[in-house]
Ligand binder design. Structure first.
Ligand code: NDP
Length: 458
């Protein structure tokens, strides 16, 4: 057989194998569409790896990696301000510990269910591996909605949540952090409850306040890291943020610091949103107003136009992607850009899309970017800055040290550059130049897979 025929046959066999594993995942996890989507995206990228190296199939790596090591579900009872008993559901998935303790955030949002926690936990395995730090993949959360709750209600809920979760976590086993709906307030209450139960184990959570073991730059890390990663993408094409028009969705932790860094690098950010709608400010978003409204006053983004009458507020989020821009940074939630929105972005001339949120683009949207020459930075590479600095927080806690903002920021920049380079190199090695989806999935996978082989069948 000619060499190319041999290669084609190898790819076809690998494709068949990967499809079989994917079918089993669908059958074993019925109705979990977000988890299926995340698995499909990764498995499809790994076909060339299985075609080239038979050892991964021989060691059953794929069959093992799609099955969580452990999935914990628990009742979270608490009492609201009216004295009524409320019950939520808590989750923690401990997905893969081949390269280190489970690490991944906690999400409090009414949409949280087993499928969402598993998709996030699965992605986290590869993202954490890409950071170059010794951390495994985990994720957790609850269908509790902090929005509209009093501080006391949030405290009672988080204390109940942590009382159960605390049985399964620890500084060397599983280290949660924040995510949607879990910010400084929630982490503070959870840390307080853990400390009450087990003493001052500083390293059990990351994203802590600076006065009790937190790291400088952790608040900014995901948003800043996203912009550092995008800056690498731009630089590879002789481009920069200077003078670029940028649209950022969301107005939470990731969005705010992505806006801040993009503005510092000379871009004009013209829009941001929350789950009710978006603001378009052609003069450039005033970040001080957004920070005050969202971080201090916990208000809705529509209030922005009261202070900036030249800006427009539009109810509903989807149309934010109809605003013409050079760079789109989706930073709100999963599946916020569908095929139609991606086509609109392309028609309006977008050149770069980089994901701050986890899985914000549907598989169809990603196809649209890749088929239209949009340079695309997928979440597990582009938003890995948050977890990377969380790992730096763990290192500081273990060493009883606190590094300066500049020190952590410089390490973050380095890590994002390395993630970009290893994704580019892996894509090139397997014949998918410029495809950062394939590159980041392969680079993240190989390290975990090799560790799993070294450990034997466990
Ligand atoms: P926040 O809770 O701080 O902010 C989330 C933002 O997205 C809010 O503006 C929220 O609006 C908006 N939003 C949430 N759900 C929806 C929805 N269904 N439709 C439209 N807008 C929505 O969360 P983060 O900024 O921490 O997280 C944002 C994304 O980034 C998530 O996908 C998360 O998994 C990912 N991420 C976060 C990391 C971190 O370090 N925080 C690390 C890596 C990834 P509203 O206030 O109205 O709910």
């Amino acid at each position: 057989m000619a060499l190319t025929q041999q290669r084609e046959a190898g790819l076809e066999a690998a494709r068949k194998y990967v499809d079989q594993v994917y079918e089993t995942v669908q059958q074993r996890n019925p109705g979990e569409s977000e988890f299926h989507q995340a698995v499909k995206e990764i498995l499809d990228s790994l076909v060339p790896v299985f075609a080239k190296h038979s050892k991964y199939q021989e060691h059953g790596i794929l069959e093992r990696i799609v099955e969580p090591e452990r999935m914990i579900t628990f009742r979270v009872p608490w009492v609201d301000d009216q004295g009524k008993v409320q019950v939520n559901r808590g989750f923690r998935v401990q997905f893969n510990s081949a390269i280190g303790p489970y690490k991944g955030g906690l999400r409090f949002h009414p949409s949280v269910n087993a499928s969402i926690i598993k998709f996030l936990g699965f992605e986290q395995i590869f993202k954490n591996s890409l950071t170059g730090q010794p951390i495994g993949g985990g994720k957790g959360g609850s269908d509790f909605d902090p929005k509209g709750k009093s501080d006391l209600e949030v405290m009672r809920f988080t204390q109940s949540f942590m009382t159960e979760l605390s049985k399964y976590i620890g500084p060397d086993t599983d280290v949660p952090a924040g995510d949607i709906g879990v910010g400084a307030r929630e982490i503070g209450y959870m840390f307080g409850q853990y400390k009450r139960l087990y003493g001052n184990e500083t390293g059990v959570l990351t994203g802590k306040g600076l006065n009790y073991g937190g790291s400088l730059t952790r608040t900014e890390a995901t948003g800043y890291g996203l912009v550092y990663f995008t800056n690498e993408m731009l630089a590879s094409r002789g481009d920069s943020f200077v003078g670029k028009t940028v649209v950022v969705s969301g107005s939470g932790n990731v969005s705010i610091y992505a806006i801040e860094k993009a503005q510092q690098l000379g871009a004009k950010v013209v829009a941001c949103s929350d789950s009710n709608g978006y603001v378009y400010d052609k003069n450039g978003i005033n970040l001080a107003t957004v920070k005050r409204l969202k971080e201090v006053e916990r208000k809705r983004i529509k209030e922005y136009v009261n202070e900036h009458p030249t800006a427009e507020y539009v109810e509903g989020c989807q149309n934010i992607w109809s605003i013409p821009c050079d760079i789109a940074l989706p930073c709100a939630t999963q599946n916020e850009i569908n095929e139609a929105s991606a086509k609109l972005l392309v028609a309006n001339g977008v050149k770069y899309v980089a994901e701050g949120a986890n899985m914000p683009s549907t598989l169809e949207a990603i196809e649209v970017y890749l088929n239209n020459g949009v340079y695309f930075g997928p979440a597990k590479a582009a938003n890995a800055g948050g977890v990377a600095v969380s790992a730096l927080e763990m290192a500081q806690n273990s060493a009883r040290l606190a590094w300066s903002f500049e020190e952590v920021d410089a390490k973050l920049k380095d890590i994002m550059r390395n993630i970009y380079r290893s994704s580019v190199n892996a894509a090139r090695e397997y014949g998918y130049d410029d495809n950062l989806v394939v590159g980041s999935n392969i680079a993240g996978f190989l390290k975990v897979a090799d560790a799993m082989i070294a450990h034997g069948v466990v």
